[in-house]
Ligand binder design. Structure first.
Ligand code: FE2
Length: 377
C-alpha cells in the first residue's frame, strides 16, 4: 500500500510504503519524466536539456492511480505519469549513513575460504550463452574473479573468453602478451620466481579493468596462480587502523612504466580509490611500478609508509589468498580494479606457457545487465 503527500510548496512530494518514506523533488521528477516528448520511446535517451525545463518548475497536483502516479507540472501545464515501481527502485531519499570505504551492492568480499568454492564456468556451457553465462558473469561482478575450464588449447583462445562479454583492450604490449617460463633449476635466470600479488598497469589512466590469463601449456610443477581480494584487504586495514586507511585514500601515489622505447606511462592515483560519496571503487598495488610518491605532505609521509607496509602484509597473509592451478585449456580473469593476482614459484623442470590480455568491466557489466533485464521481461 502506497500513500502520497504533496508538500504545499509544490517543491516535493512524499511517497510512503509500510517500509519507508521517500521524498522526490519536483525538478527531479520533471527531469526524469518518461513521456515521449521527454524521452525517446525507442532508445530511452533524453530528448530535452535542463535548459528546456523552467527554473520555477513545481508540482501543481499529484494523484495515485493504481500502480501509477499522475503529476501535473506548472508552469508547463504538463501532465506526466510515473510507474510507482520505477520511483521506488530509483528513490534517493536515503537516511542511511555509510562509513568511508563502503562496498556497493552485489559485491561480496572473500578470503581463503573461497578456495572451496572458486567461481568457475565450463567453456562449452558459457559459449551457449543463457543462464550459464549469466550466472558466471554475476559471480565475476560479485567476487571480482572467475575461472574457466574445458576451453580449447589453441593459440589465441583467450580472445574467445573476451568474446563472451566484451572487447579486448589493446595496449603497448599488443593485443595480447605471452607469459612463457622455462623452468630450469640449474640456471637461476630461468627459475620461475614467485611474484608478489599486485594489480596490473596502475600507470595507465584508466587502468585496464579486466585481465585474462589463459593456460596453453603447463608441464612445470608449482607456479600456481593466486588471487587476493583487494577490497577485503582494505576492509581489514580500515578495521585495524582508520588513519592508515585514510592516508592511502587521501593522497595520490605515483606509478610509472617507461621500460621500452617510445613508452612513458605515468599516473597519479591513490592506492585506495573511493567515489566522492565514500564507496570503495579500486585498489592500485604494484611494487614494481610505484614511482616516487610526491603528493603526500612531509608530516604524513611516515604514516603513509607504515600504512603501505601494513597493507602489503595483509595482502601477503595466506589467510587472504585463493590459490589454484591452471591446466591447459583453463583460464581465469580478474577485475583488475579490485582483485590482485600473483604467481607462486616453480620447482622442478618444465615449461609453462600462458597468454594474457586486457578487457574491461563495463562491457562485462553491460552484457550481464542486458541478459538480466531480458530474463526479467
Ligand atoms: Fe600481473
Amino acid at each position: 500500500m502506497v500513500s502520497l503527500n504533496l508538500d504545499p510548496s509544490g517543491q516535493f512530494l512524499t511517497l510512503s510504503t509500510p517500509a519507508r518514506s521517500m521524498r522526490f523533488h519536483a525538478i527531479w521528477l520533471r527531469d526524469n519524466s518518461h513521456d515521449p516528448e521527454t524521452r525517446s520511446s525507442g532508445n530511452g535517451q533524453r530528448l530535452i536539456s535542463l535548459r528546456d525545463v523552467p527554473k520555477d518548475t513545481h508540482i501543481a497536483s499529484a494523484d495515485l492511480q493504481g500502480e501509477k502516479m499522475k503529476i501535473l507540472f506548472e508552469p508547463e501545464n504538463k501532465s506526466v505519469t510515473f510507474e510507482l515501481d520505477w520511483l521506488i527502485s530509483n528513490a534517493y531519499d536515503n537516511a542511511e549513513v555509510r562509513h568511508r570505504g563502503w562496498i556497493g551492492e552485489g559485491v561480496e568480499t572473500w578470503d581463503t575460504s573461497l578456495m572451496e568454492n572458486v567461481p568457475t564456468g565450463d567453456y562449452s556451457e558459457l559459449v551457449c550463452g543463457g543462464p550459464a553465462l549469466r550466472d558466471w558473469l554475476e559471480k565475476i561482478i560479485r567476487y571480482g574473479f572467475g575461472k574457466i575450464e574445458n576451453g580449447p588449447v589453441e593459440d589465441g583462445s583467450l580472445f574467445q573468453i573476451v568474446d563472451l562479454f566484451g572487447y579486448v583492450r589493446e595496449t603497448n604490449y599488443g593485443r595480447h602478451f605471452e607469459v612463457r617460463t622455462e623452468v630450469n633449476p640449474t640456471n637461476l635466470a630461468y627459475t620461475g620466481l614467485g611474484l608478489q600479488a599486485h594489480t596490473d598497469n596502475p600507470y595507465r589512466d584508466p587502468v585496464p579493468t579486466i585481465q585474462v590469463l589463459y593456460c596453453l601449456e603447463s608441464s612445470a610443477p608449482g607456479g600456481e596462480n593466486m588471487v587476493v581480494d583487494g577490497f577485503a584487504a582494505i576492509n581489514r586495514l580500515r578495521n585495524e587502523n582508520q588513519e592508515y586507511f585514510d592516508v592511502l585514500a587521501d593522497y595520490c601515489a605515483s606509478f610509472e612504466y617507461a621500460g621500452e622505447a617510445g613508452v612513458c606511462l605515468t599516473s597519479r592515483k591513490p592506492i585506495i580509490e573511493l567515489a566522492p560519496e565514500g564507496e570503495l571503487t579500486g585498489i592500485r598495488f604494484n611494487n614494481r611500478s610505484m614511482a616516487a610518491v610526491t603528493d603526500v605532505p612531509f608530516d604524513k609521509m611516515s604514516t603513509y609508509y607504515e600504512a603501505y607496509r601494513r597493507l602489503g602484509e595483509i595482502i601477503d597473509d595466506e589467510a587472504m589468498e585463493v590459490t589454484f592451478r591452471l591446466n591447459p585449456g583453463e583460464a581465469f580473469l580478474v577485475d583488475n580494479r579490485r582483485v590482485l593476482h600473483a604467481r607462486k614459484g616453480y620447482s622442478g623442470e618444465g615449461t609453462r606457457c600462458l597468454q594474457g590480455c586486457y578487457a574491461d568491466m563495463d562491457g562485462l557489466r553491460s552484457t550481464y545487465d542486458a541478459m538480466q533485464r531480458q530474463a526479467s521481461g
